[in-house]
Design a protein around this ligand. Structure first.
Ligand SMILES: NC(=O)c1ccc[n+]([C@@H]2O[C@H](COP(=O)([O-])OP(=O)(O)OC[C@H]3O[C@@H](n4cnc5c(N)ncnc54)[C@H](OP(=O)(O)O)[C@@H]3O)[C@@H](O)[C@H]2O)c1
Length: 255
């Protein structure tokens, strides 16, 4: 099976890196000449990558086609491309809906929307897909955790929370900088903070059958440091403001 990527930017290169490090079997990965720098570096890093001469050549040579361009570029180029009805087309494009894709792609190919995130390059993280599709599910399960979504509208909910990746890193940065201000060496500070939050996230995944409120509770002792932390941040409106931001991001995606 050949896999083709239209648009070789941040998310395409993360997915391609994940695929090349995974057990997925494929013949070739055919990528866009754009972005030139990223395309060349991927070809240099991994075997079985071919840089196509243009977008149509990617489609002609691929069984699965991944759309990994921005919405503005997608609106401009998809309508000019000729897809095949036996192809599976997986769109990463944030704001183009399934019905819009079906209309512009014209042929009766299988079309699935997916929301991979950069840690897919480490074969980690959730990948919501819509509509459910067994083969696409199996594929992304080798690169992370596939979450099947029946209703396209609800994928916007997942998408909204992915806007919290940079705020999460900012949180780690603020704590690391704080330790540095207290005189800790930066590499030690960063090692401490990142391994603490990695451990907490792993613990949360291991306990994912439990409601998270139990982890919040179990990690506090009466009058302890964590009780103070959660109480003070709640009082200061930290979590409410998180919810408000999620609502505003959601509103933006719903337009
Ligand atoms: N980044 C994420 O975490 C993430 C996660 C899930 C989904 N997405 C979605 O995935 C899509 C791509 O996001 P991204 O972050 O990867 O954006 P990006 O880094 O800007 O990548 C877009 C790529 O498209 C290329 N391109 C521009 N015009 C093209 C054309 N006519 N034909 C072929 N390629 C062309 C660009 O090349 P040049 O640099 O040469 O212009 C660039 O390499 C977006 O719709 C985004 O919403 C992103």
């Amino acid at each position: 099976m050949n896999l083709g990527f239209i648009g070789t930017g941040k998310i395409a290169s993360s997915v391609i890196t994940g695929i090349c490090r995974s057990k997925i079997t494929y013949k070739k990965i055919i990528i866009s000449p754009r972005n030139r720098r990223i395309a060349r570096s991927l070809k240099k890093k991994f075997k079985k990558i071919i840089i196509a001469k243009d977008n149509q050549q990617i489609i002609d040579k691929s069984n699965w086609v991944f759309l990994s361009v921005t919405p503005t570029v997608g609106e401009k180029i998809i309508k000019k491309l000729k897809f095949k009805s036996n192809q599976t087309i997986i769109s990463f494009i944030s704001t183009i809906t399934l019905s819009q894709l079906k209309k512009t792609i014209k042929v009766k190919a299988k079309i699935v929307r997916a929301i991979p995130l950069p840690p897919i390059s480490l074969k980690k993280g959730p990948v919501p897909i819509c509509p459910p599709n067994a083969k696409v599910k199996t594929f992304f399960n080798k690169l992370g955790t596939t979450v099947e979504i029946k209703n396209e509208k609800s994928s916007i909910n997942f998408w909204s929370t992915s806007g919290m990746m940079a705020p999460f890193y900012e949180l780690l940065k603020v704590m690391t900088d704080w330790l540095v201000k207290k005189g800790v060496k930066r590499d030690n500070a960063q090692k401490y903070i990142t391994s603490l939050f990695l451990a907490l996230s792993e613990d949360a995944v291991v306990n994912s059958k439990k409601d998270l409120k139990y982890l919040v509770k179990e990690s506090q002792t009466p009058k302890g440091l964590n009780e103070q932390g959660v109480k003070e941040l709640s009082k200061a409106g930290f979590y409410k403001s998180l919810e408000k931001t999620l609502n505003r991001i959601h509103k933006r995606l719903n337009k």
